[in-house]
Design a binder for this molecule. Structure first.
Ligand SMILES: *[C@@H]1O[C@H](CO)[C@@H](O)[C@H](O)[C@H]1NC(C)=O
Ligand SMILES: *[C@@H]1O[C@H](CO)[C@@H](O)[C@H](O)[C@H]1NC(C)=O
Ligand SMILES: *[C@@H]1O[C@H](CO)[C@@H](O)[C@H](O)[C@H]1NC(C)=O
Ligand SMILES: *[C@@H]1O[C@H](CO)[C@@H](O)[C@H](O)[C@H]1NC(C)=O
Ligand SMILES: *[C@@H]1O[C@H](CO)[C@@H](O)[C@H](O)[C@H]1NC(C)=O
Ligand SMILES: *[C@@H]1O[C@H](CO)[C@@H](O)[C@H](O)[C@H]1NC(C)=O
Ligand SMILES: *[C@@H]1O[C@H](CO)[C@@H](O)[C@H](O)[C@H]1NC(C)=O
Ligand SMILES: *[C@@H]1O[C@H](CO)[C@@H](O)[C@H](O)[C@H]1NC(C)=O
Ligand SMILES: *[C@@H]1O[C@H](CO)[C@@H](O)[C@H](O)[C@H]1NC(C)=O
Ligand SMILES: *[C@@H]1O[C@H](CO)[C@@H](O)[C@H](O)[C@H]1NC(C)=O
Length: 879
């Protein structure tokens, strides 16, 4: 697995953010460690006994309630066992984990009842992996430590893994922790099926359970020793454990050998069920210093049959002997026997043994495209049906409400054939992606409150019956809300021809044309002639209309390189250095000032992001977003030409670097309120919505009238909405502003921008650096949180305001900022809420007259409320 250097840096910063200055274990890549039942607002924590970082399971499961084991038992267990999630509702409740397709994972779930409900019961329920039974879970206080653990080694067949708990009787299923560890692909191979853990022992008199970080894969090794017949060998020397199975050093540093020189080394166990097929992995190393005339050689027998013959353990190096085909044991009684060969002068030895049984997962998961589409529907409409969890079609008894599936052919994945969401109070539009469920023959959305128009693609789909009756605000084509196989013909409903629709269509087509031209031209770079007059007129046209109405952009906004040279006066004046090149001052048409961002040719990623930015800016127009005047795409010469922002960025003004006076509170508030509108437009006004991903004070630019505009969309990404899944492999953004949840889950979300915006708010309030190592808490959000808890409110406010502010509006902004930086995205407001809140702050600031003398008392009253609120969770108080 690759380690991105930037990722590492951010990782470190992330831990600083949460005050966990521990060594970051590079080996946790791909690990998912869930403390089930941990509160959603709790940040990830570092478990000092294991060195693992656990996160809440919130976001991985949609149902269930959280609880804690009985107080009296708390001393027996550690985190992550202390809390649990239980599932009183529904029969099947599932965790959904993002995984890499075709990768082998060790999956482990732990269950401790711990009398959490005070009923002193034992629980019985089932555990499924996708559509297949994995284990019958039985919690019992009589088990070792009362912890029930199920573990399996499984190769993923899709990009998501569903771990489901299923009610089988009266018990309410529970779960305390869920771990996922990627393994090396070429280990623990089977002919078919997955490996269900039976035991994993190392032979030592120690009582220590060995796990991560000693075991890079976080396998748990339990000590076992039969003192009657074995004697222990140990070494202080390093055993080279670098075969593919990588048993930990501490496992390989000890071994058991029979006391009696000629006795075999025997080890026996029972199989349940007795007919199960098994795979066995034995780990050996010669850890004794052998005399010149000594030899150790052994035969391995399983149930009296040769398994491996004439094996010589290597000196201080690990060898693993393992099954390549499954074995069985007669009557379920298995014995592995190590016998000294005739050449051997020494008895056999062994360090560790792992045994698994095979579970063949025969049930296929539902077609992945269908699953993706149906999840999309679920998210779009917020369908909250308790049984819409796990695989939509299988097993049959858990098929989602409202779906019909075809799984008649057991050798192909089940497909979804009908969807009935009639009378479900659904609101919003009819999404196009419904058409992406290829096998879907019936869609019944009647009796809802859908709006907008019906996508053409649905109307044209062959064989599809579409029922949209009873959605009174929906514009059905030709007035027909029942549609069959591309030839509708039912009742007339309200026919409203909206001009807006056709205009929107023109815009879309225009943009598509422009993009087509942009990217087609890329292939013929040196084809531009001298500047044409049409270019000039188009630019000035653009200028007159840009600030208000959206315009249809066309290829005439493209400039040649020679024009760029001319407009910048041969790159005379540098304005700054951007993410991937220099930014120069320029003039178009002798009057309009522009900022020309040149893409440096050495930048390897550049073209992709350049394309992204052109594509984006061409379709995004808002008064609070920096507008694109044009671009140049001529061979190696790529540049973006923006409107010139005469007053630089917000940060300079906060620092007083612009020579002018430091911005007062009211101006700062106005600037952030405007920036919030720009961001809100990206989230809600654009189709598809966009995440800016790099909101920060240096990306808030000010024009000559101090109107704020957001800049730098180089990192922006559209949400994957239709059909397309996008996996972000590199976490982008600026340290300090980066949403910790995004960093952790790599899950791109508009709430990540809200987090960054919260940091901007904290900056304009405090005028403090985002990260300052010499502060009690280096990260600004933590620092402000601590100050608020202490009730030390005044010390966070920028002293440069000199008391010239409405305390109410400042406190309100503080509250808003703190809710934006809530570690959990669910707790953060949306940008629409932020805009409303900031506009209200601004209004109260604007109407301020003669109340500044009241500030002290007002401030202190509010401060108590604030500190009470923020002392526990960062949630804004209700108004
Ligand atoms: C898993 O991936 C999907 C699609 O990429 C994404 O929408 C979802 O938020 C991810 N879930 C988590 C818990 O990261
Ligand atoms: C793992 O191995 C299987 C077959 O041995 C192969 O199909 C799959 O692509 C491999 N996965 C990775 C991530 O290498
Ligand atoms: C679970 O425990 C009950 C009661 O002790 C027992 O009857 C049952 O056989 C157990 N089931 C399993 C799968 O261990
Ligand atoms: C361990 O063994 C492997 C393979 O034999 C070898 O490549 C590696 O260098 C050895 N490591 C050490 C520390 O001796
Ligand atoms: C070891 O196991 C073999 C095969 O089950 C058996 O014949 C033998 O008696 C056992 N030896 C000891 C010392 O238990
Ligand atoms: C091996 O050599 C040692 C002396 O170096 C001797 O005591 C021992 O008996 C020898 N063992 C055998 C099996 O010959
Ligand atoms: C289910 O799909 C199969 C082909 O995979 C088809 O032959 C069969 O008719 C379908 N059954 C139904 C009820 O649609
Ligand atoms: C729809 O809304 C009505 C009124 O609020 C409510 O009674 C009904 O249960 C809702 N139906 C569904 C399926 O949510
Ligand atoms: C759609 O649902 C409505 C209400 O449940 C029902 O009356 C109608 O028959 C259904 N239509 C189709 C095509 O299934
Ligand atoms: C249906 O949607 C319209 C427009 O979005 C809204 O005004 C109306 O209140 C909604 N009706 C119900 C019953 O939810």
């Amino acid at each position: 697995m690759k380690t991105h250097p930037q990722g590492l840096l951010l990782c470190v910063l992330f831990f600083i953010t949460f005050g966990l200055l521990h060594l970051v274990e590079a080996g946790q890549e791909g690990f998912i460690s869930l403390d089930c039942g941990l509160s959603a607002s709790e940040p990830p924590y570092f478990d000092s006994t294991t060195g693992l970082t656990y996160t809440t399971d919130n976001g991985f499961v949609q149902s269930g309630k959280t609880s804690r084991i009985d107080k009296e038992m708390e001393s027996t267990y550690n985190k992550p066992i202390l809390q649990l999630r239980y599932f009183p509702e529904g029969v099947r409740n599932c965790y959904t984990l993002n995984v890499t397709l075709g990768t082998k994972y060790l999956i482990r779930a732990s269950f401790v009842y711990g009398n959490y409900d005070g009923l002193n019961k034992e629980l019985e329920f089932d555990l499924y992996l996708g559509p297949n039974l994995w284990a019958n879970v039985n919690t019992s206080m009589y088990l070792t430590n009362g912890v029930t653990t199920e573990e399996i080694i499984h190769s993923t067949k899709s990009k998501v893994l569903q771990v489901c708990l299923i009610k089988t009787g009266t018990s309410i299923p529970i779960i305390n922790s869920l771990d996922l560890r990627p393994l090396i692909n070429d280990t623990y191979n089977t002919q078919s099926g997955s490996l269900k853990y039976l035991f994993r022992n190392y032979f030592s008199t120690s009582r220590r359970i060995i796990r991560y970080p000693n075991d890079v894969n976080d396998r748990h090794w339990y000590p076992f020793f039969d003192e009657d017949v074995w004697t222990e060998l140990t070494t202080n020397l390093i055993v080279n454990s670098s075969n593919v199975y990588h048993p930990p050093q501490s496992v390989m540093a000890s071994a058991a050998t029979p006391i009696s020189k000629n006795a075999p080394f025997n080890f026996s166990w029972s199989l349940i069920p007795s007919t199960a097929k098994l795979y066995m992995y034995m780990h050996f190393a010669e850890i004794q210093t052998l005399q010149a005339n000594d030899t150790r050689q052994l035969d391995v027998l399983l149930n009296g049959i040769n398994f491996y013959t004439g094996f010589r353990p290597k000196t201080l190096a690990t060898s693993t002997i393992f099954s390549t085909i499954p074995d069985t044991c007669e009557g379920g009684k298995c014995t592995v026997e190590l016998l000294k060969t005739s050449k051997s002068t020494l008895p056999p030895l062994c360090s560790a043994l792992e045994v698994f049984t095979v579970i063949d997962f025969l049930g296929l998961e539902t077609n992945q495209d269908d699953v993706f589409a149906i999840k999309n529907i679920q998210n779009t409409y917020g369908v909250s049906k308790i049984n819409w969890q796990g695989d939509p079609c299988v097993p049959k008894q858990f098929i989602w409400d409202g779906l019909n599936c075809n799984n008649s052919d057991i050798s192909t994945p089940p497909i979804i054939t009908s969807l009935d969401l009639s009378n479900n109070n659904l609101t919003g539009g009819v999404p196009e992606f419904l058409a992406s469920i290829k096998s879907l023959l019936v869609i019944n959305l009647s009796g809802n409150n859908l709006t907008g128009s019906v996508p053409q693609i649905l109307l044209q789909k062959k064989g599809l019956t579409l029922n949209l009756e009873g959605n009174i605000y929906l514009n059905c084509p030709d007035g027909s809300c029942v549609h069959e196989d591309g030839n509708g013909g039912a009742k007339k409903k309200n026919v409203v021809v909206l001009v807006v629709v056709s205009i929107a269509l023109v815009v879309v087509l225009g943009t598509a044309l422009a993009l087509f031209l942009v990217f087609r031209k890329r292939k013929t770079p040196h084809s531009e002639g001298p500047p044409s007059s049409s270019t000039q007129t188009q630019v000035s046209d653009a200028r007159t209309t840009r600030s208000s109405d959206p315009i249809i952009v066309n290829k005439n906004r493209r400039f040649t390189y020679s024009e760029v040279v001319k407009m910048t006066n041969n790159f005379e004046k540098i304005l700054g250095k951007g993410g991937f090149g220099m930014v120069y001052h320029g003039t178009v048409n002798d009057t309009e000032q522009v900022a020309v961002k040149m893409l440096s040719p050495s930048s390897s990623q550049g073209y992709k992001e350049f394309k992204a930015e052109v594509e984006l800016l061409l379709r995004v127009h808002h008064k609070n977003l920096v507008g694109l005047v044009g671009y140049c795409d001529e061979g190696e010469n790529l540049s973006l030409i923006y409107e010139y922002m005469a007053n630089g960025d917000l940060k300079e003004h906060m620092l007083g670097n612009q020579g002018g006076s430091i911005l007062d509170w009211k101006t700062r508030l106005k600037i952030v309120a405007e920036s919030a509108q720009g961001l809100e437009y990206l989230h809600n006004g654009c189709k598809p919505p966009m995440v800016h991903r790099d909101v920060k004070t240096t990306n808030i630019l000010l024009d000559e009238h101090f109107q704020a505009k957001l800049a730098d969309f180089g990192l922006s990404r559209s949400f994957p909405i239709e059909g397309e899944t996008r996996v972000d492999t590199v976490v982008a953004g600026t340290p300090g502003y980066l949403d910790p949840e995004y960093y952790r889950t790599n899950w791109l979300n508009e709430k990540s921008d809200v987090y960054s915006f919260g940091i901007v708010l904290l900056e304009i309030i405090t005028n403090q650096p985002v990260i300052n190592q010499s502060r009690e808490k280096p990260h600004i959000a933590e620092w402000v949180g601590v100050m608020l808890t202490k009730g030390d409110i005044k010390s966070i406010i920028d002293p440069k305001f000199s008391g010239d502010y409405d305390a109410g509006s400042v406190w309100r902004a503080v509250e808003l900022a703190m809710s934006c930086v809530n570690p959990s995205s669910i707790g953060r407001p949306t940008m629409s809420q932020v805009v409303i809140e900031l506009n209200e702050c601004l209004a109260s600031e604007n109407s301020r007259k003669g109340i500044s003398q009241n500030m002290e008392s007002k401030g202190s009253i509010r401060s108590t409320e604030v500190s009470m609120n923020f002392g526990t969770e960062y949630t804004p108080e209700a108004r």
